[in-house]
Design a protein around this ligand. Structure first.
Ligand SMILES: Nc1ncnc2c1ncn2[C@@H]1O[C@H](COP(=O)(O)OP(=O)(O)OP(=O)(O)O)[C@@H](O)[C@H]1O
Ligand SMILES: [Mg+2]
Length: 401
């Protein structure tokens, strides 16, 4: 039995429909698989990323610690002398990625723990070597801002400035210029101020250390810092070294010493030997300041060490008027302000009290939203700050020290 034409074409149609259905099914499947593939690929990427992160975390945890050190010197051949935080010094190399101009004495660096090669320069400079002494470029204080100390200023300049600027005068006369001067006097009378003004008015490098910080903040480091101080002074000469609050390291040595005292004594011994060590004609001068000259070790006072002593007195009536005027120079004053009259009311006040009085008077005017300060403000401020009880409070809290 033969198939009729109609039958055949129906058969073909069916077949085509079937194939088409299959085709679309397959397409659908292909799509599904494609989607699954993409999903798997993205999963793969995700896991790979996670793996990388875990690997690097593992690396991080396994990395040996970096040692912190301080650069002591950079040698000509590119090698570097460093002091590790534990004490000893080493000559080491450095990573090529370090910006070499920044690598200089005093900079804090991190070191590879095995080779101690310099790996990085640390930003903060809280290392005592860097922080305990302060190289002051130019503190913005001039002699004209110091009231009532003209004679003392002249004397300091003669001992400190003149040998630096005109050494030939001393040679001509044939005398050795004094090595250092000691400023002494009651608290708040302008000793630190005067030393800062000297720094500003001379072109010399000015390095300041504060005795109390040496013994309180940098325990165990005092002697080393003093040694580094003089080394730096020689390198940067002409230099003025300013040792503020000398009494903290220069107090009389006692027989019954605690370990803290012994540390202070080591610092003092180092200071004495450095002072003896440097050449008098060299261009290093020392200014020291103290408000307790009575407790200083007599070794400091022997000739060849501090051989000029300059007493910074409490301000007298004229000086007090001048100091009030200096501190209110930039303020708007009403016409009734008469500094001579005010100065008569401030018997017993030191420079820093007078500064506080001016500030307080200014605050009174600000509080009442006035345009200028009148004599009444000053009188109120004096009454407030100089009545015995508040004055005592101020000084005991060291607020205006
Ligand atoms: N003669 C002065 N002329 C102008 N201002 C002064 C004078 N004396 C002190 N002052 C003011 O008082 C502040 C404290 O003075 P300074 O730090 O110089 O005192 P000091 O003598 O070093 O005291 P201490 O013995 O406590 O260290 C100064 O910043 C300054 O504003
Ligand atoms: Mg001082």
């Amino acid at each position: 039995m033969a198939m009729g034409n109609d039958d055949f074409s129906r058969y073909l149609m069916d077949r085509i429909r079937l194939l088409e259905e299959r085709n679309s099914l397959l397409l659908e499947q292909a799509n599904k698989i494609e989607i699954e593939k993409r999903f798997s690929e993205s999963q793969k990427l995700k896991f790979e990323r996670e793996l990388r992160q875990l690997k690097s975390e593992l690396e991080r945890l396994k990395t040996p610690p970096l040692v912190v050190g301080t650069v002591v010197d950079v040698l000509n051949n590119g090698r570097i002398v460093i002091r590790s935080s534990t004490g000893p010094q080493f000559v080491v190399g450095s990573s090529q990625f370090i910006n070499s101009p920044e690598l200089m004495a005093g900079v804090r660096v991190s070191l590879n723990y095995q080779s101690l090669a310099v790996v990085d320069i640390l930003p903060s400079s809280r290392d005592p070597f860097v922080n305990a002494m302060e190289v002051i470029d130019s503190p913005e204080i001039t002699y004209s801002e110091i009231g009532g100390l003209d004679e003392q200023i002249r004397e300091v300049r003669e001992t400190v400035e003149l040998p630096l600027t005109k050494p030939e005068i001393f040679q001509r006369i044939g005398i050795e210029p004094p090595k250092g001067v000691l400023l002494f006097g009651a608290p708040g009378t302008g000793k630190t101020l005067l030393a800062k003004a000297v720094a500003n008015e001379t072109k010399a490098t000015f390095i300041r250390i504060v005795g109390s910080e040496l013994v309180q903040k940098y325990i165990g480091e005092g002697a080393r810092i003093v040694r580094d101080l003089f080394k730096m002074a020689k390198e940067k000469a002409p230099t003025i070294i300013f040792i503020d609050e000398l009494d903290s390291i220069g107090a009389k040595r006692l027989d019954t010493a605690t370990s803290g005292d012994r540390e202070v004594q080591r610092t003092l011994m180092q200071l004495l030997s450095e002072m003896d060590g440097f050449n008098n004609r060299g261009n290093i001068r020392i200014i020291a300041a103290t408000n307790r000259p009575d407790i200083l070790d007599s070794a400091l006072l022997r000739p060849g060490r501090f051989d000029r002593f300059i007493m910074i007195p409490m301000p007298n009536k004229d000086a007090r008027a001048l100091i009030l005027k200096i501190h209110s120079r930039k303020m708007k004053l009403s016409d009734d302000v008469d500094f001579d009259k005010l100065s008569a009311l401030t018997d017993g006040a030191n420079g820093s009290d007078l500064k506080a009085i001016v500030m307080e008077a200014g605050m009174l005017a600000v509080r009442e939203e006035r345009y200028n300060i009148c004599i009444d403000d000053f009188q109120k401020a004096i009454k407030k700050l100089l009545t015995p009880t508040t004055k005592q409070n101020l000084h005991s809290e060291g607020m205006f020290a």
